[in-house]
Design a protein around this ligand. Sequence first.
Ligand code: 5AD
Ligand code: SF4
Length: 443
Amino acid sequence: MNIRDSEIMAQKLAEAGYLETSVLEDASLILLNTCSVRGKAEQKVFSMLGSLRKLKAENPDLKICVAGCVAQQEGQKIIDRMEHVNLVIGTQHIYNIPELLERSTNNKTAINLSDSYEIPKYIPQVSGHPAPAPQISDSQQFQFSRFVTIMQGCNNFCTYCVVPYTRGREVSRKATDIVNEIQTLIEAGVVEITLLGQNVNSYGCTNPVTHGALPYSFPDLLAEVSSISGLQRLRFTTSHPKDLSERLIECFDQIDNLCPQIHLPVQSGSDRILKRMNRKYCISDYLEKVDLLKAIRPDIAITTDIIVGFPGETEEDFQQTLELLERVRYHGSFSFKYSDRPETRAADLDGKLSEAEKGRRLQEFQKRQDEISLERNREYVGYQKSILVENNSEGKMMGRTVTNHIVHVEQAPDHIVPGSLVTAEIIHAGRHSLKGAIPPSRI
Ligand code: 5AD
Ligand code: SF4
């Protein structure tokens, strides 16, 4: 979501005549797009801002702007503590960034935050041509694979999560705007699209999207988008397990270009903790959906998010998370130590664990996940897989499989350009990536 927001801001700035530089000292504007989902991300923003003081002292004309969730939530604190910041903008203002910068002066910090409950009814369509992608990443992947926001905000209020406070209530974008944006991207050479939302499964639920007189939900959108000519690969993220319907699961069987990959955050393997997290499902519901996904698409790669050390998590609860890991055998997972976030209900819960205990659990979890990821990755060795090439220079090529595994290919022919789909034979598996070779018949 933040990558997409950064792209939008970069695009808006480019349209207003700004040029990008990769040299910090050369910049006349430094824009930090921030994440506050966990405490650590927020600390990084404050330390980065601190280190920019020196640059500002050397170059008083430099403008420093803070955007994103930390800005939304801690805007006043930034203004109070960071007098060298020129502009603080909340999550709803990314589309107006050039105008807001124009209005901000160099001797007083401007602040533009929204009450997060007042969300525009429709997310505005980004104007202008969408490609080439802004160079916010070293990878050329973004030229060929792009994110498209279909909804923003969240109504779920998981007790640990700051998102409903920083991004406000759920709003779905009009299907026609989404389809038009994807069509424009494909015309510009994009071959892979990832539909983005905090909980894509509830697309169209809160501000119903209609098509004629019929209600229109996420599986309808998937079907419509998948049939846009030229789209090779379609993905979506993120799915809340409680809203993963059978109809959506069936899409993995029915839609050819929907990649067999799903990120399905479970957060904990203990029903007691899931209840305290307000996740609204239990492990048996979750496993039923996982089993159905695997039955319908045996080659599907499932990944997840885990929080260890949620307030009140006992050793037994944690063991249940490890048991879940063995049962699902996730291809990969993102795991985090629980951290208190402002305004959330979990911050007031009893039973906080020490940092040391959270650290121990995290390490134990990650060690086992790494072993499983390696075992999973070894299942690909000896098979030929289609990969979408992201980089190819000096004989070193990198791309991704439909299951989103990174494949490195050595001695790749020069003529294979980024954005092409090639077949590689998987010859070696590591924990986080695979190694492949192009079979001579395919060169
Ligand atoms: N502490 C730790 N992890 C968190 N996440 C969200 N909020 C917190 C928190 N307070 C994790 C969840 C979520 C991912 C994006 O970040 O696992 O799925
Ligand atoms: Fe946060 Fe829960 Fe919404 Fe995900 S579903 S963004 S974890 S409140």
